[in-house]
Design a protein around this ligand. Structure first.
Ligand code: HEC
Length: 195
């Protein structure tokens, strides 16, 4: 009798842990998703607001520093507590930090496809659990729409003031991040977190 009792306790513990596993990770995934959405929103709003102010009080040339210094600083600031936060693009300006990894590249291509199929850029996002050589990651990407104010530095040659062209040519000789129209996807915020 005691043996039977012990075995049923063991079975109970085993089944309880095997149920607790997926339930826990589902809860974790939901909280990571909420956290990622908040970071993406906060990042874009804060950067957009700072950029807008600088464009209004100064000019596009003087606002280059915002994108060059403040945006990467913000990304580094959010990259803590096991998270990595980046801004990536298929046509990156920053040759290192703006370059997508393989998973990000595929997601950005899907985002462009969704956009061309009629989905508004502001609604496009992707969530996945990705197995990588160093472990399992929760990954999130949110499309960054091109706003009219972005065109001064990311638009067609007619949109970009000569002074900006000169600075970009000097500082980003491998710049690919021009030729955009308002509404198009400029890139994405990418957030990964170890599971
Ligand atoms: C004043 C010029 C300027 C304006 C306006 C501007 N950007 Fe940029 N953008 C830059 C520069 C410079 C970089 C490269 C920053 C770096 O070195 O990391 C950049 C980089 C980026 C990147 C990172 C990926 C990459 O290409 O390297 C994204 C995404 C981006 N910009 C989106 C936007 C959006 C969206 C807007 C409008 C809300 C905008 N930018 C407005 C100058 C500008």
């Amino acid at each position: 009798m005691p043996r039977f009792f012990a075995r049923s306790i063991l079975i109970f513990i085993v089944s309880a842990t095997s149920f607790a596993g997926p339930a826990d990770s589902e809860t974790a995934q939901l909280s990571y998703l909420e956290e990622s959405r908040n970071i993406a929103k906060e990042f874009m709003q804060a950067l957009g607001g700072t950029l807008k102010k600088q464009l209004e009080t100064g000019n596009a040339e003087s606002a280059i520093g915002i994108c060059k210094r403040i945006a990467p600083e913000m990304a580094v600031g959010y990259s803590k507590d096991g998270r990595v936060v980046k801004r990536v693009s298929l046509k990156n300006r920053n040759p290192l930090m703006g370059l997508p990894d393989e998973w990000e590249r595929q997601v950005l291509e899907d985002f462009d496809r969704d956009f061309h199929d009629g989905k508004p850029a502001a609604e496009i996002e992707k969530v996945a659990i990705v197995q990588e050589p160093e472990g399992r990651w929760f990954r999130y990407m949110k499309a960054i729409p091109t706003q009219p104010m972005c065109l001064q530095c990311h638009g067609t040659p007619n949109d970009i003031p000569e002074g900006v062209k000169a600075v970009l040519a000097k500082e980003y000789p491998e710049d690919k991040a021009t030729g955009y129209k308002a509404g198009e996807i400029r890139g994405a915020i990418s957030i990964k977190r170890r599971m």
